[in-house]
Design a protein around this ligand. Structure first.
Ligand code: SAM
Length: 377
């Protein structure tokens, strides 16, 4: 393996040299620096003590948590031999401390404790029941095969950070796979990304409920063809019921008008999509705190701050109107998104842009008012 050294945040790590990222024996994707930046900022606010980076690859994520957040005990795990070797190398490069190795595990005792582990993430999580304050799942594709073990390994009031890169599944390109993995009906078209994110959260809510755990969304977003959600668990049957009560279904007319309903089973609605999460996608105070921290942090990706600002400003109501899709569906001229937002605001509605699409608007206005605003009349 040939390596190059890269800097990301406060970390300097070795990554394999490769023509394309998926050819490398150990995975490192520079585009995901934004995902890691936001995760670091989130951990700075949450201040978890024990953290697991369950699918670690080069170790960049766990190493940044060790260097840039108050976490005291950081575990970095990967099933691959090459990844495990590289995690140890990268820990040595970045952390002071004594190394103690035993079988497939290496302990770095220094100012903090870092533990490199080689093994199946599900096995490691099963062996560490209710141990971690923050647990990060950043897999290739869907996190679903790790979800049950993660919900048992994280503390009952802990936080999960979940990435899903199987957008083709969650956004309806592979409908049958979405049924198999998430037991949900995905939607195609302009609402697919938001609905995909909500299906992912909905699956976590259902999985968590059987342990009498509720789920609160701290922050969830879609970006660069992946979904990311920070979910705080809440302990108790009533909390679980409260979260389940925020699951429901979406349906849409040909003209683009959409409807949603929190329901265990929808009745007489024709073609519906879901079940999915219909609750908030952020805790506004939490996002403000994350942004405050961003000002004082060494961010690796030039767009992290701007993206967080968009998330802060975004109106948190389910779904959005894509101006292009609505214009096409209703034979209307295109209008600038900014003008549509202004028009809606002038009419007394709340309206903002959304990170889900550069051409879409989130609003509390009824569909007819959106059509009027699009017409500019
Ligand atoms: N978190 C990393 C980052 O931020 O750069 C990227 C992780 S990469 C997308 C997914 C990793 O999961 C790969 O290194 C792969 O070897 C590892 N992996 C796949 N299945 C696993 C399993 N069952 N247990 C542990 N690691 C696994």
């Amino acid at each position: 393996m040939e390596f190059i050294e890269i800097k990301e945040g406060l970390a300097r790590i070795l990554v394999p040299k490769a023509e394309r990222i998926y050819d490398a024996p150990v995975f490192y994707n520079p585009v995901m620096a934004l995902n890691r930046d936001i995760s670091v900022l989130v951990l700075k606010i949450l201040q978890p003590e024990k953290v697991l980076d369950a699918l670690s690859a080069t170790g960049i994520r766990g190493i940044r948590y060790a260097l840039e957040t108050p976490a005291q005990e950081i575990w970095l795990n990967d099933i691959s031999d090459e990844a495990y070797g590289l995690i140890k190398e990268n820990l040595k490069k970045n952390l002071e401390g004594e190394l103690y190795e035993e079988g497939d595990r290496a302990y770095f005792w220094g100012e903090k404790l870092a533990v490199a582990n080689k093994g199946d993430a599900n096995r490691l999580m099963a062996e560490n029941f209710r141990y971690f304050d923050f647990l990060d799942l950043d897999p290739f594709g869907s996190p679903i095969e790790f979800l049950d073990a993660a919900l048992r390994s994280v503390k009952r009031k802990g936080v999960l950070g979940i990435t899903a890169t199987d957008t083709g599944v969650l956004c309806g390109a592979y409908r049958q796979a979405c049924r198999r993995k998430y037991l949900a009906e995905p939607i195609r078209g302009e609402l697919c990304h938001e609905a995909g994110l909500r299906i992912l959260i909905g699956a976590v809510v259902r999985y968590a409920a059987k342990y009498d755990l509720g789920v609160e969304v701290l922050l969830a977003y879609y970006r660069d063809h992946y979904f990311r959600a920070f979910l705080r668990l809440r302990s108790g049957a009533r909390k679980a019921d409260g979260s389940l009560n925020q699951l429901g279904y979406l349906w849409q007319r040909e003209n683009g008008e959409f409807f949603y309903e929190t329901a265990f089973l929808p009745q007489n609605r024709g073609k519906v999509y879901g079940p999915m999460w219909l609750g908030p996608l952020k805790d506004q105070g939490f996002v403000e705190d994350v942004l405050k921290g961003a000002g004082e942090s060494e961010l690796a990706h030039k767009k992290t701050l701007k993206f967080l600002e968009v998330l802060r400003e975004e109106l948190d109501v389910p779904f959005h109107y894509d101006t292009h899709a609505i214009a096409r569906r209703n034979g209307l001229e295109l209008r600038k998104v900014k003008a549509v937002v202004e028009e809606l605001k002038n009419r007394g509605y709340a309206a903002t842009r959304t990170h889900f699409s550069p051409t879409a608007v989130k609003t509390d206005a009824p569909f007819n008012a959106v059509l009027e605003a699009l017409k500019g009349s």
